[in-house]
Write a protein that binds this ligand. Structure first.
Ligand code: ADP
Ligand code: MN
Ligand code: MN
Ligand code: MN
Length: 356
């Protein structure tokens, strides 16, 4: 019997009032996800009811061996699509023994910035691109000793000679919907074995929480299929599209009549802080932001209506009606959404500049 069929013999066993809670956190690389689980004897309704836990930070690159405890502080609860029932996934922040945020805990600073800008009602919608690999480190479905035909037929495609991994994509979508992640949609991308899902619109700190849980669910679903997820922004060198984390953003004033003036003012501020944004928009992004493959150069800031070769794109529909949102196309697929959303509100609302 395959192990998944075996597991189903046990997954329906009554739980005698106990709840399975899986704590999830961001590891020492800033992009790896870690988890461990505990049994509860009540159904929590808020993260504040859940106890702080800890783990061995020396095993995740988050602490030294001689002082290795790192603390897990629950910050968001999702339903567990694997264990189902009342069982839960618990997204956590990581803290050091002295009470400071761990080096890869970018949520703490994000939450602080979001609290200051609450009245502006920032909304985000992030487009997470990623690539599926088989366990031999080869993009899923690619020929063993060569390359598939050039890009063109794969984006939003249908057909066994163009699509690799749709079962994983659909399972992940279902898992997100069940868990309560605000997944907005999915599509096949320009490079074969590359996919996208969107999360949003989310309000403030919720954006990072939901995107990180969506990433966890993707890696967990892919694990069941024996497939590996890559969030690298340029997984295959050469004439193949990279992977981004396009970040759609608006504030209350941008979303109502007269909003275009607010969108333009925000873009003006962004134009003066290009490098500060690039610094937190993901590692290896210079391999992706080349000016080719629907990107702008990493060294210059640009914007335009409906132009996918710019740093910032104002969607045509937004330009036509005169209000709405804009898209920051610079973030890489491996960027931390807590950092991306924080720097967006700092620059466009809090007036942070490179001088202050
Ligand atoms: P693209 O055309 O760039 O591929 P997508 O449809 O993939 O765009 O993603 C656009 C995302 O923009 C949506 O998933 C949604 O979450 C987000 N979005 C829509 N309206 C707003 C808004 N007013 N503020 C912020 N994000 C928004
Ligand atoms: Mn998209
Ligand atoms: Mn895309
Ligand atoms: Mn986009």
């Amino acid at each position: 019997m395959p192990s998944s069929a075996l597991l189903s013999r046990y997954s329906d066993l009554p739980q005698n009032g106990k709840i399975q809670a899986t704590y999830v956190w961001i590891g020492g690389s800033g992009s790896d996800l870690r988890c461990k689980s505990m049994t509860l004897d009540f159904v929590p309704t808020s993260p504040s009811q859940l106890k702080e836990w800890n783990f061995d930070g020396s095993s995740t690159g988050q602490a030294e061996g001689h002082d290795s405890d790192v603390y897990l502080r629950p910050c968001a609860i999702f339903k567990d699509p694997f264990a189902r029932g009342d069982n839960i996934l618990v997204l956590c922040e990581t803290y050091n023994r002295d009470g400071t945020a761990n080096v890869t805990n970018h949520r703490a600073a994000c939450a602080e910035a979001m609290a200051k800008v609450e009245a502006e009602e920032p909304w985000f919608g992030l487009e997470q691109e990623y690539t599926l690999f088989d366990v031999d480190d080869q993009p899923l479905g690619w020929p063993k000793n060569g390359f598939p035909g050039p890009q063109g037929p794969y984006y939003c495609a249908v057909g066994a000679n163009k699509i690799y991994g749709r079962d994983i994509v659909e399972a992940h979508w279902k898992a997100c919907v069940y868990a309560g992640v605000k997944i907005a949609g999915t599509n096949a991308e320009v490079m074969p074995a590359q996919w996208e899902f969107q999360v949003g619109p989310c309000h403030g700190i919720e954006m990072g929480d939901h995107l990180w849980m969506a990433r966890f669910l993707l890696e967990r679903v892919a694990e069941d299929f024996g497939i590996v997820v890559s969030f690298h922004p340029k997984p295959i060198k050469g004439d193949w599209n990279g992977a981004g984390l396009h970040s759609n953003y608006s504030t209350g004033p941008m979303r109502v009549e007269g909003g275009m003036a607010h969108i333009e003012a925000a873009i003006e501020k962004l134009s003066k802080r290009h490098q500060a944004h690039i610094a937190v928009y993901g590692a290896d992004n210079e391999q992706r932001l080349t000016g080719k493959h629907e990107t702008a150069s990493i060294s210059t800031f640009s914007y335009g209506v409906a132009n996918r070769g710019c740093s910032i794109r104002i969607p045509r529909s937004v330009a036509q009606c005169g209000y709405g949102y804009f898209e920051d196309r610079r973030p890489a697929s491996n960027a931390d959404p807590y950092q991306v959303t924080r720097v967006l509100v700092e620059t466009t609302i809090l007036g942070v500049t490179d001088e202050n």
